[in-house]
Design a binder for this molecule. Structure first.
Ligand SMILES: *[C@@H]1O[C@H](CO)[C@@H](O)[C@H](O)[C@H]1NC(C)=O
Ligand SMILES: *[C@@H]1O[C@H](CO)[C@@H](O)[C@H](O)[C@H]1NC(C)=O
Length: 409
């Protein structure tokens, strides 16, 4: 995990030193603050490849609809991975093996990785490796315009087009086209993921969001305090709070939050969570007054545990059947519609604690489709190396699409 520890994500903090910029520069130059693609030094030229980490991959150059070439890495699953003790079979890559590989790859999820605002996709290969080798997912590392070896310069509109281009590529691929597409977004990559899912409600199967924010203007007061009087000048909005409510309620979302995040305050993730479970509106006002959204743990019946719910697959048919079953099991007699009952069930929070140094620590909360995990010691750029992080991601993905037993060999 050393490579994980040494990779730098780049932060909004790098903006804090630039106190001499004029307002004009601020308006026109803010993209340099928001997207420090040249940080750390060398990020525009030195892009480590998956091959540097012993992983098979393809260089994929995508042409965006506005004529920019972005250079991505694609890792397609194989039935047997190199280094799993079956190299001889692997090398003898006959037609049967190729077909077996293709079938396996098309049965596994495809993870679109959207990174934070510094560095390049090469710095995230250690994370891609976990999705690829441990969780056996297909992985696409999406290189935004203006980052790494991609052309162009970054902006909200540009990154939005880039993410759409990557999704369209996956959907059109003969092997990956039918796979369940998950987005994994860190920091601003979380905003990219939320926006993509809001615009493609049927094409994005699930989201994994780490240390991302409600919106950029709402982040400025804490991230760049001297700029707060000028947050109206911020033309890069990344309004995740409002985009989140456009994502179907049945889209599973995993929230991964570092409590010690010094760049994006923890409260932003808490806010997104509360919006995602229907507790508050995007503007932060309380959504419903009645019964605290059914969050009273006393309402939970013994047979109605969260484990069972989250292991339920979320294909439309299964979901409907389960909701109907739940409804029959505990009719409230309140005269409310089934839709209202369902909404309550979906916003009901279950909290899990674990013992940590003789004290109880809250490690996760869940509703039917949303899971929250927090990391007491996690900061903005080291949350993904906190204990239980990858176990949490693994559990989330495995509940959606269990890894077949034979793939463990
Ligand atoms: C995280 O960022 C800090 C500076 O904000 C840096 O000192 C540290 O090395 C970085 N850690 C990782 C894991 O990249
Ligand atoms: C957080 O850090 C403290 C001090 O290093 C340590 O004692 C504690 O076990 C850590 N907690 C977690 C959840 O990693």
């Amino acid at each position: 995990m050393t490579s994980l520890q040494t990779f730098a994500k780049g932060t909004f903090a790098s903006a804090v030193g630039l106190t001499t910029l004029s307002l004009g520069l601020l308006y026109y130059g803010q993209n340099y603050l928001i997207y420090p693609a040249a940080f750390p030094p060398g990020s525009r030229t030195d892009v480590p490849t998956p091959a540097d980490h012993g992983l098979p991959y393809e260089d994929v150059t995508l042409d965006t609809s506005d004529g920019v070439k972005i250079k991505c890495f694609l890792l397609v699953q194989r039935r047997r991975l190199l280094g799993s003790g079956s190299e001889t079979k692997e090398q003898n890559n006959n037609v049967d093996t190729a077909e077996e590989d293709r079938k396996f790859a098309s049965s596994r999820p495809t993870v679109l990785m959207f990174h934070g605002n510094g560095g390049n996709i090469g710095h995230r290969v250690p994370l891609a490796r976990i999705f690829y080798s441990k969780m056996r997912c297909n992985v696409m590392l999406v290189s935004y315009r203006g980052y790494g070896e991609s052309e162009g310069s970054p902006s909200e509109d540009g990154l939005t087009i880039d993410s759409q281009t990557a999704l369209d590529f996956v959907r059109a691929d003969p092997t990956l086209g039918s796979t369940k597409v998950l987005c994994y977004g860190q920091s601003i990559g979380g905003a990219v993921s939320i926006s993509l899912a809001a615009r493609n409600p049927d094409a994005i199967y699930a989201l994994i969001l780490e240390n991302t924010f409600l919106s950029l203007p709402r982040l400025i007061p804490t991230a760049i305090p001297w700029l707060s009087p000028f947050s109206w000048l911020c033309h890069q909005k990344w309004d995740s709070a409002n985009a989140l409510v456009k994502i179907p309620k049945t889209t599973p979302i995993l929230f991964l939050s570092g409590v010690q995040d010094e760049i994006v305050p923890h409260e932003h993730m808490v806010g997104l969570w509360n919006i995602a479970i229907g507790k508050i509106n995007p503007d932060g006002t309380l959504k419903r007054t009645a019964s605290g959204a059914g969050s009273d743990p006393g309402e939970k019946s013994a047979t109605d545990g969260p484990k069972e719910d989250t292991q339920t697959n979320v294909d439309g048919v299964t979901t409907t059947a389960n909701l109907a079953r739940d409804h029959n099991r505990s009719p409230s007699g309140s005269g409310r519609t089934l839709a209202e009952e369902e909404e309550d069930a979906d916003s009901k929070e279950y909290v899990e604690y674990e013992m940590e140094d003789d004290k109880e620590v809250m490690v996760s909360k869940r509703t039917r489709y949303r899971v929250w995990r927090q990391f007491e010691n996690g900061t903005h750029n080291d949350t993904c190396i906190q204990p239980r992080y990858w176990q949490g991601v693994w559990t989330f993905i495995d509940n959606l699409l269990p890894l077949p037993v034979e793939a463990y060999d």
